[in-house]
Design a protein around this ligand. Sequence first.
Ligand SMILES: [Zn+2]
Ligand SMILES: [Zn+2]
Length: 258
Amino acid sequence: MIGNIFRTLAQASAAAVFLASHACSTGGHEQGRIAVATDATPPAAVRQDDGPPRKVGDEAPSSPPPVAPAKRTLALMPLGAVPEEDVALAVEAIEQIYGWKVDLMESRDLLASSYYEPRKRYRAEKLLAWLGGRKPADADMIMGLTAVDISTTKGKHKDWGICGLADMGGPASVVSTFRIGRKLPGEGKSEKRESYRKRLRELVAHEFGHQLGLEHCPNKGCIMEDAQGTVTTFNHSTGEICADCWRKLEEAGWGSNR
Ligand SMILES: [Zn+2]
Ligand SMILES: [Zn+2]
């Protein structure tokens, strides 16, 4: 019985990988990363996955450890000037939603070689590779947080603006606040500010979910729902990770911190 369940899960996982791979066959070399997209110019329905997930299931144990591990740690690195309040919101999102500990790293300048002059923004896949090499040994994952515009290649779009990009299954992600201030719902400054705070929290949680191996979720309102190319997807989010996604995290051994 249990064997059957595991076999079914393995098949489902393989199917998901295949579908992602198939759907994104034009995605080029940025494999294993998923981005939340908000570029205003291309069609809104274009998905932001850049390629097949990398190492889905490879890094996770096939069953959760019998004893809860020590508190997992995310190292958070501000890249360039980031408002303190935004940094605090990102820390809070990870701690509250996932129960992880967050170690705030010293802020660093953006990697100069990631700058893409024609569009005056920074290439997220280069930032990811750079961040991955800077994960402290005592941290499980690393996330960069920046206020500058970031982009990556998406299908035929050579340089596509995004809100975030993550290594599927870790180790790195990068989140940009540049686009989430657009089209904020609410009347007046304080309501819009609240909408911004909610979006930032969910964006951070979404990218972190990818780092933990979660793919996009079909359940409406789940934090892992596909943004479908627009920041307005955040507007109807419940601000929670759905039960199906939690189950996947548990199965991957990431669920014991909460
Ligand atoms: Zn995503
Ligand atoms: Zn979900």
